[in-house]
Design a protein around this ligand. Structure first.
Ligand code: CUK
Ligand code: CUA
Length: 636
């Protein structure tokens, strides 16, 4: 088994053969690794691990340390398994100003925080392709809100939050003209912009709304993180292509020795917005919310957004030079250190927040980038980690003053000390690690127990499955001086960032079933006796109930070709883990999975006469197979 690098790193990688011994990698697992990941039958994992789905558009949930897959949460893609995006109640969740978009590319996650610590309330997720941010309610593991982001493309630097979840922040990867102007691509410098959107999050409901968008020069914002503690008021973004090239072939976009970390004082921005320094401009975007009481989603189109132009808002934004195409932008638990990771740099620069503030005070600038002051590199720099490895991407932190950086090219996790910036340990990854994650590793209170590496290439780690292999995650014990590889487990889609928190933050808040008496769905059927079929023109509403082990009504006649039939199925069960399903032959609208106490609606417009069986798809009782019925469709 040969390791394959990107051509550009072939030469440089030779120096790192020490981490590239492919054969017999199981020897990396020593001693008591098995007992550290063994979660006995009936026992729970210690952590929930939320993993982004990449091009599958969903979020997956694992237990740690076992690596057991617990759930797939549908977010930015339709999910035939439970009818997300197919049921009448959820269709609106995928609504955008360009119609229903049933797919996206999901890269980053952030768990809500209070005072810089995870609070187990919500999980935010970004969509890269058609810029959107979703909020998942961790009481139900359901996507309850999706907000489209206007004036953006490639919503990559997202959805990172401020320390108290005051804002969830989204930054543009592909600069575009504001609005949808038809301009020559070669007018990039004049007409293209990136934006940093600050989306306020309601303290109680969690509801999101775009507070303001900061208009930045044309360039690519890549990743970001909010400050904490002393840097609470600030948000830091990494950027690349500050050459402002519009064809990103390396020669155009990676010429400069340094790109920038963009430091935004969002408290100042907030003040400017309040003082009327912004400009309201027309911008249409969809705001979709799932009402947990009414059990249904609605989509509203908003029409304007407040833009802040740095020219009108002095002392709000600064640029900090950062070597060679920075990717990750990570803040240590104290809030003092900002770690930039130049993908093509042979070092990791660590910036000091207090030095940045001093440099701003004494105006240690080296010119400006389209009017935004550039702080001198040395004036902002705390120090550099020398020879960390090749292709540094992302950094997380433990509770002992150490940082861990993923090295894509040299395929390893490198542990280094924040105090003296010395490399302390390296552990190979199999292979080409992207993000890495420590539970709470981007908060004020990281755990020092585990680290998970999310690898881009799997090769020989699992039984082969044709040309497409599962992605691999690897769990390390980081409690000692040396990292210890404990476990490989396959993941779904292509994970990028992930988050994990103590299970105790979430597990006791779980909604086990919905109280049928509080069911607010307008099509609820409160008991079998109320089951009914109602016709209005060519619309037929079937008020159906499901309870072990029958669907009522189970014989439906008097329906004609071309009728729009709405099956409103209410699950009457009042017990945990007793969902019923509903599917009908030849219906292009997938199926339903209805939780106890819930009502969900499936639309069907039969095109041909005939007898259409329907049935419960979830094996719910010994008489599950009997939970079925017939629809008769007659010619018009
Ligand atoms: S990105 Cu994937 S490895 Cu989209 Cu956060 Cu760095
Ligand atoms: Cu209900 Cu099977």
């Amino acid at each position: 088994m040969k390791r394959i690098f990107l051509p550009l790193c072939l030469v440089a990688s030779v120096a790192f053969v020490q981490s590239c011994k492919m054969k017999n990698t199981t020897s990396a697992v020593k001693g008591d690794a098995d007992s550290k990941v063994y979660v006995a039958p009936g026992k729970y994992d210690e952590y929930y691990n939320f993993v982004s789905g990449g091009f599958n558009g969903q979020v997956s949930v694992y237990g740690l340390p076992s690596g057991r897959l617990l759930k797939l949460i549908p977010v930015f893609a339709v999910f035939p398994e439970n009818g997300y995006g197919y049921s009448e109640e959820t269709k609106a969740m995928l609504n955008t100003t360009n119609g229903q978009i049933p797919w996206d590319d999901q890269h980053h996650l952030d768990l809500s925080q209070t005072n810089g610590e995870q609070d187990g309330r919500w999980l935010f997720a970004n969509a890269n392709n058609t810029p959107r941010i979703a909020r998942i309610d961790l009481k139900t593991f359901k996507t309850v809100e999706i907000l489209q982001i206007p004036n953006s493309a490639g919503n990559h630097s997202s959805p990172f939050i401020t320390e108290n979840t005051e804002y969830v922040v989204a930054g543009t990867r592909f600069s575009v003209p504001l609005g949808a102007e038809d301009v020559p691509i070669s007018s990039f410098k004049q007409n293209f912009h990136s934006t940093a959107s600050f989306i306020s999050v309601d303290k109680n409901s969690g509801n999101m709304s775009i507070a303001f968008q900061i208009v930045l020069p044309g360039m690519n914002l890549d990743l970001s993180h909010g400050g904490k503690g002393p840097s609470h008021d600030w948000f830091f973004f990494s950027s690349y292509n500050t050459e402002q090239a519009y064809t990103l072939l390396e020669v155009n976009a990676s010429q400069k020795d340094k790109d920038y970390i963009v430091a935004v004082n969002w408290k100042k921005a907030e003040e400017y917005a309040k003082a009327g320094k912004g400009k309201k401009v027309p911008a249409d975007y969809a705001h979709n919310t799932y009402d947990e009481g009414k059990q249904t989603a609605t989509s509203v189109i908003e029409h304007d957004v407040l833009l802040l132009d740095p020219k009108d808002c002095p002392d709000m934004i600064y640029m900090i030079p950062c070597p060679k195409s920075p990717h990750g932008c990570d803040i240590d638990p104290s809030g003092e250190y900002i770690v930039g990771s130049g993908k093509l740099a042979a070092l990791i620069p660590v910036f000091s927040f207090s030095k940045i503030i001093k440099a701003i005070g004494s105006k240690q600038f080296e010119g400006d980038f389209q009017g935004i002051p550039i702080i001198k590199y040395e004036a902002a720099l705390y120090g550099e980690v020398q020879k960390p490895g090749l292709g540094p991407l992302h950094t997380e932190f433990d509770d002992k003053g150490n940082a861990y950086t993923s090295m894509f090219l040299s395929s390893e996790v490198v542990k280094w000390s924040l105090k003296d910036l010395k490399v302390l340990d390296r552990a190979p990854t199999y292979y080409s690690v992207g993000h890495l994650m420590i539970p709470g590793g981007d908060t004020r209170k990281p755990s020092g127990k585990y680290l998970v590496a999310y690898n881009k290439i799997t090769k020989d780690r699992f039984l082969p499955t044709g040309p497409e292999l599962a992605q691999s995650a690897q769990l390390y014990d980081i409690s000692g001086d040396k990292m210890q590889l404990l476990l490989d487990y396959p993941t779904i889609g292509e994970p990028h960032y992930a988050q994990a928190c103590l299970a105790s933050l979430i597990q006791d808040k779980q909604v086990k079933y919905y109280d049928i008496n509080k069911n607010g769905n307008e099509f609820v059927t409160m008991g079998e006796k109320k089951a009914n079929v109602v016709r209005k023109g060519n619309r037929v509403d079937v008020y159906m109930t499901a309870i072990r082990s029958h669907l009522v009504p189970d014989n439906i006649e008097g329906v004609f070709v071309g009728d729009d039939i709405y099956f409103h199925v209410t699950n009457l069960e009042q017990d945990w883990d007793i969902p019923h399903g509903f599917a009908i032959k030849n219906n292009p609208n997938a199926e339903l999975l209805i939780m106890p106490g819930e009502t969900v609606t499936l639309k069907f417009t039969p095109q041909k006469q005939g007898i259409y069986p329907f049935y419960c798809t979830d094996f719910c009782s010994a008489l599950h197979q009997e939970m079925s019925g017939y629809l008769r469709v007659s010619p018009k």
